[in-house]
Design a protein around this ligand. Structure first.
Ligand SMILES: [Zn+2]
Length: 393
C-alpha cells in the first residue's frame, strides 16, 4: 500500500505520480521497489513500444553499476523475517512495513531509522546469514540489470558472531566472489567505518580494507564513513581516509544529506572523496557545487531514501536536474531497500515517471555509474557497450 499514509511520506510519492500512473496498480505494491512495471493511463507501459510521448525501453535490461548499497539494508524483507524467526527476535514495529516508513529529518526521525536498522542487524548472527545476504543482493541486482555492485559493509557489527572483523570481512569477500561467478554481477566491497565510533577504530578498519584491496570480484575497492552525518567530527576521520587513499582505495564517505553544503565542503577538504554518498544538498550552495564539479567528485544519489527520510517532501522535489545542470556526475543507487522499500530499478523508474527523463538521459546516468565504479577497464567497456546496445534498440 503506497497511498493513504502519512502526509509527505510515500503517500505523497504516490500522489505525485497520479497524473501518470494508475494508483490502483501501486496500491498492491510495497513502495516503489516491488516491480519494474508500473502502469500508465490506458494500460501498462510495454517496454519497447510507443507509450505516451516517448519510446520506453525496459529499464531492467539497461546495464548499470550499483555503487551505494548497504549490506544489512540490502536484505529482502522475507529473509529478514525468516532470520529473525530463527533467532527468536521480535522485529521493531514498522520494519516489516517499509512503505509506511516516513521519517522527519530530525533527531527523532533518524533515531527511528537507526532503531529499525539495528533490529535488522541483530538478526544477522553468523556466517550462513551473512553469505545469504550477499548472494541475494547479487541476485536482486542481476534481476535489475546491474552488472557491477559495490556493496558497503561495516564488519564491526557482525564480528562478535564470527570471531572478529577480519573473519567477518573474509566471509563476505568469499561469498561475493562466489556470487559474482554465479550471477554475472561483479560484486566488490566497500569497507565502511561508523561516525558513531572512535576515529581510531576507523583507522583499524581502513588498514583492514587496505589488506584486502584489489580490483577482482570479492575484493575491497573503497573505504566509506556511514551513520548519522551530524555525529562525530569529520576532520578526525581524515587519517583513516588517508590510509585508504594511499593504498588506492576509493574514498566514499556519506555526506550532504542530513547536513547541507557547509558539511559537503568540509568533507571535500578533509576526506578528499572520490565519490560522495548522497551529496544531494550541495546544490544549495553554488560555490560548493562548483567545488564538487571541479574536483570530479561523483554523487551516489539515492533519491527515494532522501524522500523516505523526509529530506524532500516527495520524489518530484529531489533536485536531480539542477544537479546535472550544474555539471555534477550523478549515479542512482538504492541505499537501504530493506527500510526504504525501493531497490535500484525503482530509482530509474522514478526519474522516468516523475522527472520525465528520456531513455537517453537514463542511459547517461547508467553510463556514469559504470565509469564511476572501480571495476576493471574490460568490465567497464562491456557494460558501456551494453548501454549503447540498449539505447540502439
Ligand atoms: Zn548510505
Amino acid at each position: 500500500m503506497i497511498g493513504g499514509r502519512e502526509p509527505g511520506g510515500f503517500g505523497a510519492a504516490a500522489r505525485g505520480l497520479q497524473a501518470q500512473v494508475d494508483a490502483s496498480t501501486l496500491d498492491e505494491r510495497p513502495g516503489w521497489g516491488a516491480s519494474s512495471r508500473l502502469a500508465a493511463p490506458g494500460g501498462p507501459i510495454e517496454p519497447g513500444r510507443e507509450a505516451g510521448r516517448s519510446m520506453m525501453r525496459d529499464l531492467a535490461l539497461l546495464p548499470k553499476a550499483h555503487l551505494h548499497l548497504h549490506f544489512t539494508g540490502s536484505m529482502r524483507m522475507a529473509t529478514l523475517l525468516e532470520l529473525a524467526d530463527q533467532q527468536g527476535i521480535r522485529m521493531a514495529r514498522g520494519l516489516a512495513e517499509p512503505a509506511a516508513m516516513h521519517l522527519s529529518p530530525d533527531e527523532r526521525g533518524w533515531f527511528r531509522f537507526q532503531r529499525l536498522y539495528d533490529s535488522a542487524r541483530q538478526a544477522v548472527r553468523g556466517e550462513a546469514a551473512m553469505r545469504r545476504i550477499v548472494r541475494e543482493a547479487a541476485l536482486d541486482d542481476a534481476a535489475e540489470g546491474s552488472g557491477r555492485l559495490e556493496l558497503q559493509i561495516d564488519p564491526t557489527s557482525y564480528a562478535p558472531h564470527v570471531g572478529g572483523i577480519t573473519p567477518a570481512l573474509e566471509i563476505v569477500m568469499d561469498e561475493a566472489r562466489a556470487a559474482s561467478a554465479a550471477t554475472g554481477v561483479e560484486v566488490a566491497l566497500v569497507v565502511a567505518a561508523s561516525r558513531l565510533r572512535h576515529p581510531l577504530e576507523a583507522r583499524t578498519l581502513a588498514r583492514l580494507a587496505v589488506r584486502h584491496a584489489g580490483d577482482g570480484p570479492g575484493q575491497v575497492v573503497g573505504f566509506g564513513l556511514s551513520n548519522d552525518e551530524r555525529r562525530g567530527d569529520t576532520d578526525e576521520f581524515a587519517p583513516a581516509f588517508a590510509i585508504a587513499r594511499a593504498a588506492g582505495l576509493a574514498a566514499v564517505p556519506h555526506g550532504g544529506e542530513l547536513l547541507g553544503p557547509d558539511h559537503v565542503h568540509r568533507l571535500v577538504r578533509s576526506l578528499k572523496p572520490d565519490r560522495l554518498g548522497h551529496g544531494v544538498r550541495a546544490i544549495e550552495h553554488p560555490a560548493v557545487m562548483r567545488e564538487l564539479v571541479a574536483d570530479g567528485i561523483v554523487l551516489e544519489l539515492c533519491p527515494l531514501s532522501n524522500v523516505a527520510l523526509g529530506i524532500y517532501p516527495g520524489p518530484a522535489a529531489v533536485p536531480i536536474r539542477p544537479l546535472l545542470e550544474a555539471g555534477a556526475q550523478v549515479t542512482l543507487n538504492a541505499d537501504d531497500p530493506l527500510v526504504f522499500g525501493s531497490r535500484l530499478l525503482a530509482q530509474y523508474e522514478m526519474l522516468r515517471l516523475v522527472h520525465g527523463f528520456s531513455d537517453a538521459e537514463l542511459a547517461g546516468l547508467a553510463a556514469c555509474s559504470v565509469r564511476a565504479s572501480r571495476a576493471r577497464d574490460a568490465t567497464k567497456r562491456r557494460l558501456l557497450d551494453g548501454i549503447g546496445r540498449w539505447l540502439a534498440r
